[in-house]
Design a binder for this molecule. Structure first.
Ligand code: GLN
Length: 199
């Protein structure tokens, strides 16, 4: 069975674990390099990106995560996780892991709109709109040539994929709709298929 890790240094870990179970997967928490070594895929949840970048350094997870993802481990970042995974963060001098070729802007949807539920059209998930929950969410200002834009809100990118890396500005773990979690599980299966056919 595929083991999916959730980075559990800070943020909405429990909600992702529950959503993964609803989608039929078995999640485990990742707080150390040893725990990272036991999982086949990783989710970086919502939280506070500056705090988590510092904690990643402190526990020695920065380099191992970058290494595993570059070697093909599927990664999904939600909200803060998207910021941490991005190549660039606009307007601030803040480090990130550079695992997906996008530029994001933090807290971009504006003060009056700090938290919102927006119906998103996501062709990759079928015709039914997806309830996008945005909480002090980033938007995507630039996508590299290999990045697939999967959803927009008000003309701004909010869901993207580049190979084995998925990123969403919104929080699918806070809804009862499991389609994004199932999309990620399919990514993991196809990544595993690529590996075994290459072997
Ligand atoms: N505003 C947070 C940040 O910049 C992200 C918010 C979230 O993950 N819900 O890190």
């Amino acid at each position: 069975m595929t083991r999916i890790g959730i980075l559990a240094l800070q943020g909405d870990v429990i909600e992702h674990a529950a959503a993964l179970r609803r989608a039929g997967a078995s999640p485990s928490e990742v707080k150390t390099p040893a725990e990272l070594a036991t999982v086949d895929a990783l989710i970086i949840p919502g939280g506070e990106s500056t705090t988590v970048m510092k904690l990643l350094e402190r526990v020695g997870l920065t380099a191992p995560i970058v290494q595993r993802v570059r070697a093909g481990m599927p990664l999904w970042g939600t909200c803060m996780g998207m910021i941490v995974a991005a190549r660039e963060i606009a307007g601030v001098d803040q480090p990130s892991l550079g695992l997906i070729d996008i530029t994001v802007r933090r807290n971009a949807f504006g003060r009056q709109n700090e938290s919102a539920e927006v119906e998103l059209q996501i062709a990759a998930l079928g015709g039914k709109p997806f309830p996008g929950i945005f909480i002090r969410a980033p938007w995507i200002e630039r996508c590299g040539p290999a990045v697939e834009l999967l959803a927009e809100r008000d003309g701004r990118g909010v869901m993207v994929r580049e190979g084995n890396v998925l990123a969403t500005s919104f929080h699918p773990e806070l809804t009862a709709d499991s389609r994004v979690h199932r999309y990620f599980l399919d990514m993991i299966r196809s990544e595993a298929g690529n590996k075994s056919s290459a072997a």
